[in-house]
Design a binder for this molecule. Structure first.
Ligand code: TXA
Ligand code: MG
Length: 319
């Protein structure tokens, strides 16, 4: 039996399987099995009212999960699936409340990773999968991260190497009214707008569905993380060092402050590469034994929006 066949059998048996996607590793369970879904919440320590994304083998499965599917959803699915886009649609009545958090909507996506697609095709159904990390923590982008984070809570981990994108999918709400990006990702508003013929709005409305990835404190290392403009880093680091603190800096250039308590972790100047590296870097920085992680704020530019969003939440969550 191949690893993928074993994983599909575990899903059918109601067990948890971690698998790679192009964004981050997911912690998967049969989306039609309430007991299996309960295991996800237990393993993650995640509040029960937070909805889960259902992963599908292809867009032909949409009708089993959603109703009143707008043309825009089909157009976007044709353009970007498999890929890092989650669509929020009106839920099919058969979808479990444990998946939707009791809302009228459901999050659906077809991930772009060969192992994920093989698993989904062999399972031939919907796989509910949040990122395979403990609630509020940094998402895993390698199989080793999943093992560190969840250990024995997961029956099987499919190892598909490092995730190509590195941060979570763009979440687009199409469940009513204007298209809205609820969580920015590396598939940006311009790309979605070009296909839709109009630009999506950003952020939820009061009636828009809840997104736990939009909680202010999320994706956080344990070490306090501070974001600051590149020109201010040296001064902030100097003050912290004078106060006896050990400082790690994530920036494209090292600071010209030779000090034994100062470490530098190189950051890419390219948004896609930065996103690819981000969570692995945060994990490395977190185990360096520093008192402060200082990160150079990314450019205020659309291509950096998703990275800036994750860094802001990491800073808020590490306080
Ligand atoms: O890239 C990704 O999307 C990864 C990989 C594994 O596919 N998954 C992921 O799952 O990031 P998770 O659970 O960590 O984040 C999913 C987000 C949550 O913030 C959740 O609130 C939101 O999707 N979500 C799911 N269903 C929703 C719904 N019906 N309405 C609004 N938000 C929803
Ligand atoms: Mg997550």
């Amino acid at each position: 039996m191949t690893d993928v066949s074993r994983a599909a059998a575990k899903l059918r048996a109601g067990e948890l399987v971690a698998f790679p996607t192009e964004t981050v590793y997911g912690l998967g369970a049969d989306a039609c099995n309430p007991l299996a879904i309960a295991k996800i919440f237990a393993a993650k320590g995640r509040p029960a009212d937070h909805p889960l994304i259902v992963h599908l083998p292809d867009a032909s499965h949409l009708e089993r999960w959603a109703i009143d599917i707008p043309d825009a959803a089909r157009t976007l699915a044709a353009a970007f699936w498999p890929g890092p886009l989650t669509l929020i649609l009106r839920r099919h009545p058969a979808v479990l409340d444990a998946i939707t958090g009791g809302q009228d909507s459901v999050g659906l996506r077809v991930p772009n990773h060969p192992l994920a697609l093989q698993l989904l095709r062999e399972f031939d159904g919907g796989v509910a999968a949040p990122s395979a990390n403990r609630f509020g923590r940094v998402s895993p982008t390698t199989a080793a991260h999943v093992r560190e984070e969840l250990g024995d809570a997961v029956a099987l981990i499919l190892d598909g190497g490092a995730c190509a994108v590195g941060i979570e999918s763009t979440i687009l709400d199409l469940s009513g009214g204007e298209p809205r990006i609820l969580r920015p990702g590396m598939l940006d508003a311009a790309a979605i707008g070009a296909v839709l013929g109009r630009s999506p709005e950003f952020g939820g409305t009061q009636t828009a569905p809840r997104v736990s990835g939009s909680l202010e404190a999320h994706y956080a290392p344990r070490t306090p993380l501070q974001l600051a403009p590149a020109v201010e880093l040296a001064e902030i680091a100097r003050k912290a060092l004078v106060a006896g603190r050990r400082v790690a800096v994530l920036a494209s250039q090292p600071l010209a402050l030779g000090h034994e308590n100062l470490a530098w972790c190189p950051a890419s100047e390219d948004a896609a590469q930065f996103a690819h590296d981000l969570y692995a870097r945060l994990r490395e920085l977190d185990v360096m034994g520093c008192d402060l992680i200082l990160v150079a704020a990314p450019p205020d530019d659309d291509s950096w929006r998703a990275v800036a969003d994750r860094l802001r939440r990491a800073a808020a969550g590490s306080k």
